[in-house]
Design a protein around this ligand. Structure first.
Ligand code: FA5
Ligand code: MG
Length: 345
């Protein structure tokens, strides 16, 4: 199997923003650590390259689950992936005998393009084991822990715990925080599934687990409007966090956007994430957003066409028409060649 890790992604593989002192991802990590005593082991340097067994199989993620597909996950080879979540370390650490731990690490997903999604992001995983107790006790402890984290970070923001589904926890929940006029999903959690506990050789014990998105939380806490900013090396961004405190991010002037529309006839192999990957690869961090603005089904041929609007904008400077045209031309070429779709011009 050929790897689907692009140069754009591999260039970010060793960034580890959670270890970069006074980076907002590092500041928020430390703040959450305050909720947990020294009894929790902290792992910050586990490799992002993990095997399929740990990332999916041991967590009961079904063979045909869409998240396993190369349209969604970066594969190093057939058996090895860039972890899609820090849950990939749950079973291995439980097997090693750890009973309470936190794992912070960079995770990778082929995903849509907008202000809250980025192909590389950081999660914190938390796991706590209980012996000889009932489910309600574990659940109450989980809810109390999550509530403490959210209320420490956002004393005033409305939030809610909603029922959710993960193959490796039962019951499962998600937490959403109300920010910028919408509900933003910031974490998933639940009681670890008995079969996962069995995989970890701990069938007589119970545990809770959570996995939270550090960028999402930091966006709300520091009022950072665009997830691409975490990757900025611009001093106007980084210097705002120099004291390591929770400040309100002051946006520097917003530069004009430049959008381009691309339309093509899709085929049955077409996958939206594949298209987004080409957009990212040709536009890098200059792409702010991709949205489907029109679909059309041809009455005679039965073919369907999609029209996407690709919005280019730098957070740092004005873009020139020339560079936008070049990126867009490259996107058109690759879309037609790599996705085998017919462009509508
Ligand atoms: C998970 O990844 C589960 N492993 C969480 C979990 C752990 C559940 C332990 C139960 C027990 P999910 O795919 O929802 O779940 O991602 C968790 C969080 O990661 C999201 O709420 C979000 O904050 C963050 N996240 C996910 N994808 C992205 C992305 N593309 N960009 C930025 N943040 C993301
Ligand atoms: Mg989710």
């Amino acid at each position: 199997m050929k790897t689907n890790i692009t140069q754009n992604i591999s260039s970010k593989q060793n960034s580890k923003l959670h270890l970069q002192v006074n980076h907002p991802v590092e500041i928020i990590k430390k703040r959450i650590y305050k909720v947990f005593g020294s009894l929790f082991h902290k792992f910050e340097n586990l490799s992002e390259v993990v095997n399929v067994t740990n990332n999916f199989d041991l967590l009961l993620i079904p063979q045909n689950h869409p998240s396993r597909k190369p349209t969604d996950t970066y594969y190093v080879d057939e058996n090895t992936v860039l972890r899609t979540h820090t849950s990939a370390h749950q079973v291995e650490l439980l097997r090693q005998g750890y009973e309470q731990f936190l794992v912070v690490g960079d995770c990778y997903r082929r995903d849509e393009i907008d202000s809250t999604h980025y192909p590389v992001f950081h999660q914190m995983e938390g796991v706590k084991i209980f012996k000889n107790t009932d489910e309600l006790t574990v659940k109450n402890d989980l809810v109390e822990t999550i509530t403490t984290i959210i209320e420490l970070l956002f004393p005033n923001a409305p939030y809610k715990l909603v029922d959710s589904y993960f193959p490796f926890t039962t019951p499962s929940y998600e937490v959403e925080v109300f920010w910028n006029n919408k509900w933003i999903e910031v974490l998933g959690c639940g009681l670890i599934h008995p079969d996962v506990m069995k995989n970890a050789g701990r069938e007589n014990e119970q545990a809770w687990a959570f996995g939270l998105g550090l960028e999402r939380l930091a966006m709300i806490l520091f009022k950072i409007p665009d997830i691409r900013l975490f990757w900025s090396t611009d001093e106007r961004f980084l210097n705002q966090f120099i004291s390591g405190e929770i400040i309100e991010f002051k946006p520097y002037s917003k530069f004009p956007e430049c959008y381009k529309d691309i339309a093509f006839w899709i085929n049955e192999d077409y996958n939206y994430n594949d298209f987004c990957e080409l957009v990212r690869d040709t536009g890098k961090d200059l792409v702010e957003n991709v949205s489907l603005i029109d679909t059309f089904k041809h009455p005679k041929t039965g073919l369907t066409s999609h029209c996407y609007r690709v919005c280019y904008r730098s957070n740092e400077r004005n873009l020139t028409n020339k560079e936008v045209n070049e990126m867009f031309f490259e996107l058109q070429t690759l879309t037609s060649n790599n996705l085998h779709v017919k462009l509508r011009v």
